[in-house]
Design a protein around this ligand. Sequence first.
Ligand code: CMC
Length: 435
Amino acid sequence: MSNEETVTITDNSTGKQVTLPLYKPTAGPKVIDIGSLYKELGYFTYDPGFMSTASCSSAITFLDGGKGVLQYRGYPIEQLAEQSSYLEVCYLLLNNRLPNSNELDQFTNTITRHTMLHEAMIRFYSGFRRDAHPMAIMVGCVGALSAFYHDHMDIHNEEHRMITAYRLVAKMPTIAALSYRHANGKPFVYPRNSLSYTENFLHMMFSMPTEEYVPDPLLAKALDLIMILHADHEQNASTSTVRLAGSSDANPFAAVASGIAALWGPAHGGANEAVIRMLIDINQSGKPLQAFVDRAKDKNDPFRLMGFGHRVYKNYDPRAKLVREVCHKLLKDMEATGEQQKLLETAMALEKVALEDDYFVERNLYPNVDFYSGIIFLAMGIPMNMFTVIFAMARTIGWITQWIEMMSDSELKIGRPRQLYNGAIDLDYVPIDKR
Ligand code: CMC
């Protein structure tokens, strides 16, 4: 990041000028450092939704929304999707380099050996109602991890921070699978060290004590790929939430729990569940696809095409392209049911209608990562309310890597945005009997 260039801002009302540094990142738009603006001019900046604001500097993930580029630590997502594995990507994100085979073995071994939960954590589940949304259970349980690893953890200690990352990456599949087992009244299944990361998740989700269960390698591979694609996505709502919560030196498990809460919303990670509900509605309605596209365009109707549009991508989301390919392949290889094929056909037809519609063309609205991922999850036998849980499981490495980066930053300050106040001022209190 160099800052030889500057930008000068003139206050037209006073003629006062302030010169601000302009940083040149390794890639992406230049960034004006407005840190001294308030001191110099007495003004704040106003940017609801952070449309033009870089909230931090980061060396983890790069995306170019115009070109549809996504890179983790400089490696294009397409190469990682084709050649890497989820755990290798976790190593890459955490260590800023690809591991050699010994390092990857060691890392895999460490993650494998942290997958168990404290038995008291397991009892925690029985406090939730059976019909609780698994995301609600996950927020609670990940937050509860802070009660188990608080006293002997020093967030200012580099090694402790890494151990926290290992614990989270290792325990998330166990927490996720137990949420599902609880909701379905099925016996809890412990992790198995002989299985790979995603095989182990499938084992904890689907095996029964009464029968031998062999995870399908096809499903484990597809899930691993989906996990790679969801591993990090720079400063989105949930990641920014983790950073903000963590900036007060809060417990990292609690900070990650706050990220899970932010992810849950249908505008963010909850969209994968919403897409399938929408596709089912479309199929059941018997109405033409254009009717739904027209509803999405109608500003008086809250309906939006779920899985479409993105704050940063104004081009095809590169993750969506990859997920669509996997979806096709998996449904074909698995000889999926007619119902699953029908969902895929509807999704593809809807994409075509939307991409030919002026409204979507003018606004650069393309399918995002959530548009096809739900169909894959359904084909795997994963129920709809678990989709966002899997997103959270995959994104955990991104959240904790971003937290580690923030905690290692010597310039770390507690996050504290300012506001444009537009409420009442200087009122006189009126006693209750006089109102
Ligand atoms: N359907 C219909 N219109 C849309 C859609 C959509 N899915 N997305 C955006 N628009 C319109 C929006 O109404 C606005 O129109 P106008 O300029 O006339 O007011 C314009 O496109 C720009 O949209 P915006 O809401 O200002 O854009 P944003 O950057 O604030 O929102 C978004 C991005 C993802 C929240 C939004 O596109 C959306 O709600 N999409 C549907 C939900 C979804 O799929 N979310 C998953 C996001 S990707 C995975 C993740 O990050 O978790």
